[in-house]
Design a protein around this ligand. Sequence first.
Ligand code: MN
Ligand code: MN
Length: 295
Amino acid sequence: MNRTLTRLAAFAVVSVLAVSCSKDMETAPAPAAAIVSSDATATRDNNLALGNPSGAVVDATNSPNNYLLTKSQYSLSYSRDKGKPNWVSWHLSSAWTGSTARQDNFASDATLPSGWFRATSSSYTGSGFDRGHNCPSADRNASVADNSATFLMTNMMPQSANNNQRTWAGLETYCRTLSDAGNELYIICGSYGSGGTGLNGFTTTIAGGKITVPSNCWKVVVVLPNGSGDASRITSATRVIAINTPNNQTLATTWGSYRTTVDAIEAATGYDILSAVPSSVQAVIEARADSGPTN
Ligand code: MN
Ligand code: MN
């Protein structure tokens, strides 16, 4: 946003003074193009730039089940009573990825308010469900600190193995393919409902009732060519991928089978996803299911 305004102001000055153009201006000959063009530089942008879907706030007393946790690697709404996130939001570009090894250091999140249940690395043991990352390990592997952040238990949901390791993993991999190709993505995902089927059959909770097993795991992905002023350059033509998957062992392997609309996920969850995007644009991109390539 600020950079877009700066560019527009700079363009006006350049036009008046008729001095030589900056590098940005050479690739953006008109003000309109300055808003929509990309400079192909991957950056790390605000993980919540497209909005806070549930209006989560840092208020342990009044909002324990829609509690905002902000980390440099991702932001999330946490539910104390469900022992898992409602949703997690993050930005993905090649500026976030590197060659750091997967740390596998699952750990309780000490930033939760004192007195709240904190899932530990062993809370899912024997449950028949995977410790399913919301923000994936491989989306944050430029440093040990970044990768370790994804292993906090506040980033996990009880997810069936076939969902986590096949269907869900397939979309995660595809997102990184898009990022590696010069795009930046805003990804918001979460889980809702009660009751899923894992390796030991159906259950509604694990960890002695402290963690709810969701019935559905959903994800929304907004794809933009690398650039700046992201929320303001999303148009009715921007690719948006939304999926809603069942949390069971019999789901299809292919994530493309579960494509739906953002509107449908909003109806199921009560959230306003992509709320920072102009309403007129949301109306179009949230009503359209993706039909693009899946790998
Ligand atoms: Mn950007
Ligand atoms: Mn919306």
